[in-house]
Write a protein that binds this ligand. Structure first.
Ligand code: NAP
Length: 274
């Protein structure tokens, strides 16, 4: 990659960002596509978020990825938020359109593309999502219409009830919120961990105990005890690496107008994880 006076810049903003796999993934794609773009990561403390977005305008960056803790806080500083990001209440991708900055969220569509690529079909399945935070909102937006049924469980029940009410309003779908996990777990065909449990393998309990015959998904993109336990039981198991990949594929297409090479991006992600 040669940086010139014409190179267009896309950036990740978050706090911290040093661990991010996104620069490697996106730069590999830009290079393979022969595009004069580069992707850099900026560590932006929360108090400087407004200034950072002003800087995006002043420096005419092509776009942004936005990660923790700015996904919600960035929204008031943008000109337009698309309907999906508005529903999720968080933006992970910003695109410069003329003088305007438009906020999108590619997590839910990325998740669905990752299922499609693996040949995992929510249609006809009873799906249970455990956790009702931002990631659960993104995937539920699609699962509530694609699956035979969707149920939501969160330790913070009012949070799950708010998501269910929003899904009813926006998607017209009734989503039950069981009081106890055991009410929905045994009958579910597919159960998805949308909590952070598993990020600290020595300390975290399993978010749920999988059953034989279930499809078990984990939005965490590294191997976790839940994934190992589900595999031991012979369950079909997927993790969040596909979601991470495909949200990036969709973001790249929004910035450049071209479908990036997902195989190149996956290889870069795997190299980053090593
Ligand atoms: P979040 O906003 O913190 O939401 C997680 C939710 O799970 C919270 O409501 C939390 O409740 C709840 N929870 C915690 N422990 C629980 C338990 N034992 N049972 C039921 N609910 C429980 O996090 P997020 O941003 O949605 O992210 C969730 C996970 O998805 C993280 O591991 C993240 O790394 C992953 N993720 C992956 C991708 C990808 O591309 N692969 C993208 C986004 C997120 P409290 O708030 O009360 O603790």
């Amino acid at each position: 990659m040669t940086i010139s006076g014409k190179t267009r810049v896309v950036a990740l903003i978050g706090h911290p960002v040093a661990h991010s796999l996104s620069p490697g993934m996106h730069n590999a794609a830009f290079e393979r596509m022969g595009l004069d773009y580069c992707y850099v990561a900026f560590d932006v403390p929360p108090a400087l978020l407004r200034d950072a977005v002003a800087g995006v305008r002043a420096l005419e960056l092509e776009g942004l990825n936005v990660t923790v803790p700015h996904k919600e806080a960035v929204m008031p500083f943008l000109d337009t938020i698309d309907s999906e990001a508005a529903f999720i209440g968080a933006v992970n991708t910003v695109v410069k359109q003329g003088a305007k900055l438009v906020g999108h969220n590619t997590d839910g569509r990325g998740f669905m593309r990752s299922l499609g690529e693996k040949g995992i079909e929510p249609a006809g399945k009873k799906v249970l999502v455990v956790g009702a935070g931002g990631a659960a909102r993104a995937i539920s937006y699609y699962l509530c219409v694609e699956a035979a049924s969707l149920a939501l469980f969160d330790l913070d029940r009012p949070k799950a009830e708010r998501l269910a009410a929003d899904l009813k309003d926006v998607r017209g779908v009734e989503v039950p919120v069981p009081e106890r996990l055991e009410e929905s777990l045994p009958g579910a065909d597919m159960v998805i961990n949308a909590t952070p449990l598993g990020l600290h393998p020595g300390e975290d309990p399993l978010p749920f105990s999988p059953r034989e015959g279930q499809v078990v998904g984990d939005l965490i993109y590294v191997e976790t005890p839940l994934q190992r336990e589900a595999a031991r039981l012979g369950c079909e198991v997927f993790n969040g690496l596909g979601m991470l990949l495909w949200q990036g594929v969709l973001a790249s297409a929004l910035w450049t107008g071209r479908e990036p090479p997902h195989d190149v991006m996956l290889r870069a992600l795997r190299e980053g994880l090593r």
